[in-house]
Design a protein around this ligand. Structure first.
Ligand code: ATP
Length: 289
């Protein structure tokens, strides 16, 4: 159909520049893309999965279908998916975030991020997540490693949608072929039943906020999935503690909205964004628009 063809990008229209990262299925490269309107856009290009031979297989058809749906999503706090590059292996062409991942920048350049900016990142992430929630898309891998920085004040959420495995019975594995499941970001129902939903994204948001206010500390460091579950379940009912640099008001919001054991009683992103926005000073609120 026409809609799907729209998101197909030809190799001749892409000029690769440099390697900017390492993805699960190969390196991620920056590139110049000449659009059908003859516009030049800087993009990030990454392999989706190992695909052999020529021509479009069933799996590839699935990817193209999904990509065409994703390419309709457009929000200032989401990395835009432009389309799929028809090549072997197939590649995704997305918006480029010149400063790379938030996690890396927080760890390497913590002095560049004032507390009020960290707070505004939470509002920006919740705004992007609210948009995904409205569009019924579950991210499943919200974490600081998947938040990208376009400037020292603006973030965009990456790796959504297509991160979803194509088979319904596999969850995180496809995203992490090295066998590592990101347990520390998982809500209890994900750890126990692999049940992912908007509510489990809200839990992961709380963990991401912890990473942000600790300038990239590893949540639940050194613990495996079973040990984390034991901590967060009754009778222990433990949660990550308030990071030194996190304003109390924000921590209380995260605690109340994100980390309810019962998924049905967690807040949604709409409410979370509203509550977080109220904690921001007026001049910082402007950045989030
Ligand atoms: P995984 O599925 O395990 O997350 P992946 O194959 O999806 O891996 P990414 O994690 O998305 O790959 O990307 C790997 C690295 O490439 C990132 O850590 C980041 O440094 C860089 N990168 C990815 N996308 C972009 C982008 N849009 N702009 C700038 N850098 C990017």
């Amino acid at each position: 159909p026409r809609q799907e063809a729209k998101c197909l990008i030809q190799e001749k229209d892409i000029r690769f520049l440099e390697v900017i990262g390492k993805g699960a299925f190969g390196s991620v490269r920056s590139a110049e893309w000449i659009t059908v309107d003859n516009e030049k856009i800087f993009v990030a290009v990454k392999c989706i999965r190992r695909t052999t031979g020529n021509g479009i297989t069933d799996i590839q058809n699935e990817v193209v279908k999904e990509a065409s749906a994703m390419s309709c999503l457009n929000h200032p706090n989401l990395i835009r998916l432009f389309g799929v590059l028809i090549s072997t292996p197939m590649m995704l062409v997305t918006e480029l975030a010149p400063l790379g991942t938030l996690l890396k920048r927080l760890r390497q350049e913590r002095h560049k991020f004032q507390i009020s900016i960290l707070s505004s990142f939470l509002v920006q992430i919740s705004a992007g997540m609210k948009y995904l929630e409205r569009n019924k898309i579950v991210h499943r891998d919200l974490a600081a490693r998947n938040i990208l920085l376009v400037s020292y004040e603006k973030i965009k959420i990456g790796d959504f949608g297509l991160a979803r495995p194509l088979d319904d019975d596999v969850e995180h594995y496809v995203m992490h072929p090295d066998g590592l499941i990101p347990f520390a970001w998982c809500a209890p129902e994900c750890l126990k039943y692999k049940r992912f939903s908007h509510a489990s994204d809200v839990w992961a948001f709380g963990i991401t906020a912890y990473e942000i206010f600790t300038y990239g500390a590893e949540p639940w460091a050194g613990l495996n999935g079973g040990q984390i579950l034991e901590k967060i379940e009754e009778p222990n009912n433990e949660r990550l503690s308030c990071p030194e640099h996190c304003p109390r008001e924000i921590y209380s919001t995260l605690y109340a909205c994100c980390w309810n054991y019962r998924e049905g009683e967690r807040s949604n992103f709409q409410n979370l964004e509203k509550r977080l926005l109220e904690t921001l000073p007026i001049e910082v609120r402007a950045i989030t628009n």
